[in-house]
Design a protein around this ligand. Structure first.
Ligand SMILES: Nc1ncnc2c1ncn2[C@@H]1O[C@H](COP(=O)(O)OP(=O)(O)OP(=O)(O)O)[C@@H](O)[C@H]1O
Ligand SMILES: [Mg+2]
Length: 258
């Protein structure tokens, strides 16, 4: 059975999609069988693997809502990165309407039920969720056992720990059974004087919940998707690639709590 991990934060632009793509690729490098799932209608996750919405026949939307389409038909094998991808496209924006018409119990299970037939083929299933609070997020959090919460380090410098507390509370409300795999600090700008203080403050506040590895801000993380590759492939010897390999190791060591 796969470990299903949602990468979520209601705040936009904190590094969710970047983390799903690069953590997925790094875990695969370590010999893990990985499926990454796009649950954002903007289709950002596919871009990290050179897959554009125009090229795909079936997406997670059909995988979830079309009776005749099994989830395995939606999965694209990315040869180079050795990762499987279930892509999303714009039509996924319609999911909210469909979910809104379903009974509460039924709609919570939509993502879990879609993934059920492929669960045993993977060691990790990583879900890229869209920002904001929406019904598809509730379904994603119900399908996942664990959540990784990326937080932008520079933002925390201004808003402090309350930002993290609020993210955790929000996710807990939406997914009461979830265990926190870790809080991941991203986009750390080492040129600022207070960057070490921010990390120190977050560790003081949240201890073990915080990943030891911090993701630095570097243009490499923008160049890689522009080139349609995860960082481990685009710049395999860079510090940026090394960082996500370390995060992958930490995720492996952090056995899910029951
Ligand atoms: N460590 C980093 N250093 C520099 N730029 C980064 C880093 N991580 C992500 N980015 C860039 O920041 C932007 C937002 O990142 P990303 O798309 O991963 O965030 P997100 O949380 O998925 O956003 P959204 O909420 O809109 O889905 C992207 O342009 C990405 O390339
Ligand atoms: Mg995203």
């Amino acid at each position: 059975m796969a470990r299903t991990i949602a990468v979520s934060n209601q705040k936009g632009g904190v590094g969710k999609t970047t983390t799903v793509a690069n953590l997925g690729a790094a875990l695969s490098e370590m010999g893990q069988r990985v499926l990454v799932v796009g649950l954002d209608s903007r289709g950002d996750l596919g871009v990290h693997f050179g897959v554009s919405g125009a090229e795909v026949d079936a997406t997670v939307y059909e995988g979830m809502f079309a009776e005749e389409v099994g989830f395995e038909e939606v999965i694209i094998h990315i040869e180079e990165a050795r990762v499987d991808l279930a892509p999303a496209t714009r039509e996924l924006a319609g999911a909210e309407l469909i979910l809104g018409d379903m009974a509460v119990v039924e709609r919570r299970e939509v993502v879990a039920e879609a993934l059920a037939p492929v669960q045993d083929r993977y060691d990790f299933i990583i879900l890229d969720t869209a920002p904001g609070l929406h019904l598809l997020l509730v379904a994603a959090l119900a399908a996942a056992r664990e959540v990784i919460i990326p937080q932008q380090a520079s933002y925390l410098a201004l808003h402090g720990l309350r930002e993290i507390t609020e993210s955790i509370q929000q996710l807990r409300r939406m997914g009461p059974r979830l265990s926190i795999c870790g809080i991941l600090l991203t986009m750390q700008d080492r040129r600022t004087v207070h960057h070490r203080q921010v990390i120190h403050m977050v560790r003081e506040g949240f201890g073990e919940l915080v990943f030891n590895t911090v993701v630095p801000a570097t243009i490499r993380f923008q160049e890689a998707p522009a080139n349609g590759q995860p960082i481990t492939q685009y710049a395999p010897n860079s510090e940026a690639a090394q960082v996500y390999r370390q995060i992958a190791r930490e995720v492996m060591e952090r056995a899910p709590q029951t």
